[in-house]
Ligand binder design. Structure first.
Ligand SMILES: *[C@@H]1O[C@H](CO)[C@@H](O)[C@H](O)[C@H]1NC(C)=O
Ligand SMILES: *[C@@H]1O[C@H](CO)[C@@H](O)[C@H](O)[C@H]1NC(C)=O
Ligand SMILES: *[C@@H]1O[C@H](CO)[C@@H](O)[C@H](O)[C@H]1NC(C)=O
Length: 482
């Protein structure tokens, strides 16, 4: 029965296509053909936790550990986390407090305007089984306090990857941060970053410890190339990697557009190249769909999930080693992947991106980034194709006819391949409002983030190395090649 059924599926897929197919040829081996390749980090998709909210996520939100471990089940590695954000520059270290964080807010939805944290904050971070970047304060211009906090991090955390010295420094003047009391511009900030990197790095007696940059305003004004040009060898020895923040914003349709995502990532090309030239990694240290906690009409939707997926893959393809998706105030966070009571739809996009890149050594994009249709291939360490990911970024609002697009795949081995589909009611669907979104037929349950339902694979018949699959507007397909 099975072979007959898959043939019927293939025929229907061809028959239902209304526009001409897009054709992609899968290289039989990595680093061959007319394609660019990028290395894949063991865990390229990570999470950024707003500084003051980090203890809450790990002590008072039960989904957190399960949501992270679902990705570890795919890759074998706990996802990397970064702790930081605007409140890192409002936080002061207090060696005497036994609390993780101390602050008061008028409303639980608010972020504190000032806070203190103790060494137990580092102890909690040290218990996480993945790597951790800790963002410390530069805005308050209290170097000794930051050195004390950095020492507590280095001494208390064997999983510490790097330390940031300040968050989004271009906003220091508008945030009335003391360090920006006089003139403040990219070159003044660069001199400040460099002096702090030398002071903190030498106090710790640790090289390769600082995650530098951390601006949100677009390069070239604020960015790695601009910063690196000001750094001498003494400074560079303390730099672990360079990071930038990015919140593309827009409508659901513009956010999820594949050509829009590709254009947005190209903004960082020169900065990535400048970091790689130094032999250092470049990452998105804090990012998500729309700044300021997200937009209610955009960030919690299936379109934003598709953005999350394609953005993480396009970033990796552009040699951006890791992408840390930001999570803010618990209970007041439109773009969050999970909360205390419900799942966030974007989690599904991050999950399929992680599943696609799991255990891969390299990947390529088969498309040029100029259309709405994307195709990626991931390869193992022997250069053998592991998986392909296809994305139809045509926008489907939920009303009217839903179009579909045929993808012709060439270069397949064997007579069939299996696939799992990321499907949603529409680009506007929200799982926290009863919308239906599934990956391979499965869902993630509210409150505990457990996988639910049985895993469903489609079988796609191939003949002469070719197969045709159809993807509805606002849909993605993960094809298993091995
Ligand atoms: C945990 O969350 C609940 C619900 O918002 C809140 O009332 C409680 O204070 C939180 N506890 C801690 C330790 O953060
Ligand atoms: C390198 O730069 C740092 C920070 O700007 C400065 O303190 C140091 O004197 C410089 N070293 C040399 C050898 O120029
Ligand atoms: C990523 O970096 C590698 C090695 O430096 C380079 O060959 C490749 O072309 C880069 N990828 C892209 C998409 O630019």
């Amino acid at each position: 029965m099975a072979p007959f059924f898959t043939q019927v599926v293939a025929v229907l897929a061809v028959a239902s296509s209304t526009t001409s197919a897009v054709t992609f040829t899968i290289p039989s081996q990595a680093h061959t053909g007319n394609y660019k390749y990028a290395p894949v980090d063991p865990a390229p998709v990570g999470i950024s936790f707003e500084f003051f909210a980090f203890p809450s996520y790990f002590t008072n939100v039960s989904a957190t550990t399960q949501c992270l471990s679902n990705w570890k089940d795919l890759t074998g590695v706990w996802p990397p986390i970064r702790i930081g954000g605007t409140t890192q520059d409002r936080a002061q270290y207090d060696a005497r407090t036994s609390a993780y964080v101390v602050y008061t807010v008028a409303n639980a939805a608010d972020a504190p305007s000032s806070l203190t944290f103790g060494s137990s904050f580092m102890t909690l971070a040290s218990k996480y089984s993945g790597s951790v970047v800790v963002g410390l304060n530069r805005g308050k211009n209290n170097l000794q306090n930051t050195i004390d906090a950095a020492k507590a991090a280095v001494n208390g955390m064997s999983n510490l990857l790097a330390i940031e010295l300040g968050n989004e420094p271009e906003y220091y003047p508008s945030n009335r941060q003391p360090i920006a009391g006089g003139t403040w511009n990219p070159s003044v900030d660069a001199a400040s970053q460099n002096n702090w990197a030398v002071s903190v790095g030498s106090a710790l007696n640790r090289r390769d410890i600082i995650q530098a940059g951390n601006s949100n305003d677009s390069p070239p004004k604020w960015g790695a190339a601009e910063l690196i040009a000001t750094q001498n060898a003494t400074v560079k020895q303390y730099i672990h990697n360079y990071a930038h923040h990015n919140y593309p914003g827009g409508t659901i349709a513009s956010l999820m557009s594949h050509s829009g995502i590709s254009r947005n990532i190209h903004v960082f090309d020169a900065d990535v190249a400048a970091a790689l030239k130094e032999g250092k990694q470049y990452i998105f240290g804090e990012t998500n769909s729309v700044s300021g906690g997200g937009a209610a009409s955009v960030s919690p939707t299936f379109g934003a999930a598709l953005w999350t997926m394609d953005y993480a893959l396009r970033a990796t393809y552009s040699n951006i080693s890791r992408t840390y998706f930001h999570h803010g105030t618990v209970g007041n966070c439109q773009y969050c992947f999970w909360g205390r009571y419900s799942m966030g739809t974007p989690y599904y996009g991050a999950y399929i991106a992680t599943a696609f890149m799991a255990n891969a050594a390299s990947l390529t994009a088969l498309d040029d980034g100029n259309s709405n249709y994307a195709a990626y291939v991931a390869f193992d360490s022997a250069g053998v194709p592991l998986r392909a990911l296809l994305y139809n970024s045509d926008y489907y609002s939920g009303s009217g006819t839903r179009s579909s697009q045929s993808f012709d795949l060439r270069g397949l081995a064997g007579s069939s391949v299996r696939a799992k589909r990321l499907a949603g009611d529409s680009a506007a669907a929200r799982v926290d409002r009863g919308g239906k979104v599934t990956f391979g037929g499965q869902t993630f349950t509210d409150e505990d983030c457990k996988i639910s339902g049985s895993e469903m694979f489609e079988t796609i018949a191939a003949s002469g190395g070719q197969a045709t699959v159809s993807l509805k507007a606002s849909e993605a397909l993960l094809v298993y090649l091995k």
